[in-house]
Ligand binder design. Structure first.
Ligand code: ATP
Length: 234
């Protein structure tokens, strides 16, 4: 579905991605792991069209999409839930959801917002509340729900469990699994390597702008290099 070949991305003179290669197969959950500063967020921003790669190619559903803007990629079916969620805190929950569907012209949006709210009953309960007053976990659910309203084929999730209490983290992972089972392909960046590998089909580990290890999620859970560097603490 998605094929990333030799992608290099820079911040000015600083090279953050040094030739990334990865593939995402339709229907799967793929996870991207690695220490702080490895380049995971830069990879997600590049795939979502927020940063332009200087070299390399990105192919999505057989089409070369290298260098397209975020709004163009959203229309093609790639949606990003960014690190830190980026919800609009002084707008209501409902208004935030409406923003998620803003680029679509069809008349089914209201029905789809109702549908999304059924999946996240807490958002329905709190729909008139300012989004900034929600708990961290509820804000993450709102950010995911908003992205789903663009009807993505591929959902990019950048550290969705960041800063959340363990019980809520479990809820978020469960939601990601359900979204995938309902037909959306997921690329997931996580610090929480163990839980990410438990729900993923395949994983990539990044270090200083490169993929250094890749494999089936099950085998990465037992790979001594991964256990020592990323799973050891738990
Ligand atoms: P984290 O878990 O901390 O988000 P990450 O793996 O997502 O880490 P990136 O945020 O992609 O890593 O950062 C990759 C590299 O690019 C790092 O060396 C970082 O210092 C650098 N970098 C990130 N953002 C910028 C920026 N806006 N300007 C300059 N350098 C940046």
């Amino acid at each position: 579905m998605l094929k990333v070949s030799n992608v290099e991305t820079f911040y000015g003179q600083i090279q953050a991605l040094k030739g990334i290669n990865l593939e995402v197969q339709e229907g799967k959950i793929i996870t991207l792991l690695g220490a702080n500063g490895a380049g995971k967020t830069t990879t997600m921003k590049t795939l979502a069209g927020l940063l332009k790669p200087k070299k390399g190619q990105v192919e999505f559903l057989g089409e070369n999409i290298t260098g397209l803007r975020a709004d163009q990629l959203l229309r093609k079916g790639i949606a990003l839930v960014p690190e830190g969620r980026a919800i609009l805190s002084s707008m209501t929950v409902l208004e935030n959801l409406e923003m998620g569907a803003y680029h679509r012209k069809d008349k089914t949006i209201k029905e789809e917002i109702d549908e999304v709210m059924k999946r996240f009953p807490i958002l329905e309960e709190r729909q008139t509340q300012m989004a900034g007053t929600l708990s961290g976990g509820q804000q993450q659910m709102l950010a995911i729900a908003r992205a789903l309203l663009s009807k993505p084929r591929l959902l990019l999730l950048d550290e969705p469990s960041m800063g959340l209490a363990p019980l809520i983290v479990a809820d978020i992972f469960q939601i990601i699994k359900e979204i995938n089972e309902a037909g959306t392909t997921v690329l997931l960046v996580e610090q929480n390597a163990k839980q990410a590998l438990k729900i993923a089909d395949y994983g990539y580990v990044m270090e200083t702008g490169k993929v250094i290890i890749e494999g089936e999620a099950k085998s990465l859970l037992e790979d001594p290099r991964v256990v020592e560097a990323y799973l050891g603490r738990k």
